[in-house]
Design a protein around this ligand. Structure first.
Ligand code: 0RQ
Length: 502
């Protein structure tokens, strides 16, 4: 196959993954590509992990680096580097089991940021200096500009901020990705910011290519490996019921005149349930919807193909193996309907607010007043991170959170008296949906919300105990705006830790 590296000067910098890994110094801040298992470097992280394993068994000061990405990556990046204890600090989102284990055993620092905000933190110098950017691309053009890969994430910022750049050119990425990206070069720091002139999810406001200063590129590595592509569970009864409640809700809102019949641009989080909601939407009567979201999952491809969805704007793909096959086979159909942007644009609060998006994200637990925990198991153990859910939930027109009403085979109630960690406050959460039903919290006071959430969303096994907690809090003689029994508020979590059941 013809080379993907057309720039003569950069062809001269082709090296092996081991040689490139040797250029990354101890303690470096490394900005890597990668977003929800798409477009992450496939070869250099593994070579670096091998080098670290060797160096660390020789003793002496441990070799570790700091890794900043777009979002989650894959075993070939987070997994291998966490396994050799090669990561000192990780940000802003991860979902790798080994990485998670190191974070939760206190061996790795992890900072969980809103995904839209990471690039501005880097630009503002809040995170320190970026030494190296390690970026996967689908090709390099004659002039050295880069054809982005299956995700963009923070790549524009990393390329601009890093002192040195290592490129992985992956020939497995579909060559027809070229032209699908929209890289916006109009961002600035305050006080020099200008409005972002995007008023429709289909708008293109930028360039097809990433500009790259050739002099900063110290190595180019050729790869030929697929993205992670983990399969989705096919929608089960619980997720179908959740999807059903949301579809009924949309229908009612259209009838009342609070939503247009094409809805408003939808954002859908990663995970099995959001994917099932998309499948449900596709089976419904909707046509010509739009998406302004972070990731394109299988459900969105199906909706684009059927015409339910007209256009989707995102920063990355998150497809199953079947999804990638479908995308590769029918890329001509999808090319004009999908726009990939950098994550500070795909998740931009200004745009989410202007477009009036319908945000749909998963939760770990919600409390009876509508506060949502999306990140911490039993208040202390990190799951993945807040990701883009906060960007969209706070600024959307409707902020919907979805979850089964119980976890771990019914041992845990997803509705609790008080959340053990707060990611989305009662002010940001508008609608909560479980398989039991939907609680529309708009316009409700805390006490009214408690009734709606307990009655509509809690599992029958836990509903009486939640109502009992609430009633006793009401009669406790304490404040009556948001009644709580402070000595009992987290007792459900303690009971689970002690007995294995809430
Ligand atoms: O673990 O499979 O080991 O049993 O959490 O739960 O129900 O399969 O739901 O895959 O949609 O994930 C909030 C984590 C939900 C996700 C979260 C356990 C449960 C299971 C997963 P097991 P489900 P999902 C834009 C949006 C933040 C980022 C985000 C998330 C596992 O949605 O990461 O929204 N959100 N980004 O058993 C103990 C509880 C539990 C619990 C669930 N109460 N207690 N365990 N689990 N509830 C995209 C990006 O930003 C990239």
């Amino acid at each position: 196959s013809p080379s993907r590296i057309l720039c003569e000067r950069l062809r001269q910098r082709i090296v092996s993954a081991d040689e490139a890994a040797a250029m990354i110094p101890r303690g470096a801040n490394v900005g890597m590509s990668g977003f929800t298992g798409a477009g992450y470097p496939k070869a250099v992280p593994g070579a670096l992990a091998n080098r670290i394993r060797t160096l660390n068994t020789e003793g002496g000061q441990p070799f570790r680096i700091n890794i900043w990405t777009g979002a989650s990556t894959a075993p070939e990046l987070d997994g291998v580097l966490a396994e050799v204890d090669g990561i000192e600090m990780r940000l802003p989102f991860q979902s790798d089991p080994i990485c998670r284990d190191r974070i939760n055993s206190g061996k790795m620092e992890y900072v969980d940021y809103h995904l839209s905000e990471v690039s501005q933190y880097a630009w503002s110098g809040f995170l320190g200096k970026m030494d190296i950017a390690l970026i996967e691309v689908a090709g390099i053009r004659e002039d050295g500009s880069l054809i982005p890969s299956s995700s963009i994430g923070n790549n524009k910022t990393w390329i601009e901020q890093a002192d040195k750049i290592i490129l992985e050119v992956n020939s497995r990425q579909n060559a027809k990705l070229e032209g699908m990206h929209d890289i916006y070069y109009g961002t600035a720091l305050p006080p020099n910011r200008k409005p972002i002139m995007l008023t429709d999810p289909a708008d293109r406001i930028g360039e097809h290519y990433l500009s790259c200063p050739i002099d900063k590129v110290i190595a180019v590595v050729e790869t030929d490996a697929p993205d992670r592509n983990s399969p989705f569970k096919s929608p089960d009864d619980v997720s179908k019921r959740i999807a059903g409640h949301i579809l009924d809700f949309f229908q009612r809102e259209i009838e009342i005149g609070r939503l247009p019949k094409e809805l408003l641009p939808i954002q859908s989080g990663v995970g099995n349930i959001p994917n099932a909601v998309l499948e449900g939407l596709d089976a419904g009567p909707f046509k010509n919807l739009t998406a302004f979201t972070e990731v394109i999952q299988d459900g969105m491809l199906k909706m684009l193909k059927s015409g339910t969805l007209k256009v989707a704007s995102a920063t990355a793909f998150s497809l199953s193996p079947d999804g990638i096959k479908e995308f590769d086979t029918n890329i001509d159909l999808y090319r004009d309907k999908i726009i990939l942007r950098q994550q500070d644009i795909s998740n931009h609060p200004e745009l989410a607010r202007r477009l009036g998006i319908i945000a749909m994200n998963g939760l770990i637990e919600a409390d009876i007043y509508g506060n949502v925990n999306s990140t911490h198991i039993m208040g202390t153990r990190m799951m993945n991170g807040i990701g883009g859910s906060g960007d969209f939930a706070r600024n959307g027109y409707l902020s919907i959170f979805v979850s089964p009403s119980t976890a771990k085979n019914g041992a845990i109630s997803s509705i609790v008296p008080m959340v053990s960690h707060v990611d989305h406050t009662e002010h940001d959460v508008k609608i909560i949906v479980t398989e039991q039903g939907l609680a529309d919290l708009r316009g409700l006071s805390p006490r009214q919300r408690a009734h709606a959430i307990i009655s509509n969303c809690a599992h029958p096994d836990f509903k009486p105990a939640l109502m009992d907690y609430y009633e006793r809090a009401l009669h406790s003689g304490r404040g009556q705006h948001t009644p709580h029994l402070l000595e009992e508020a987290l007792s459900w979590h303690c009971r689970y830790e002690q007995t294995g059941r809430m």
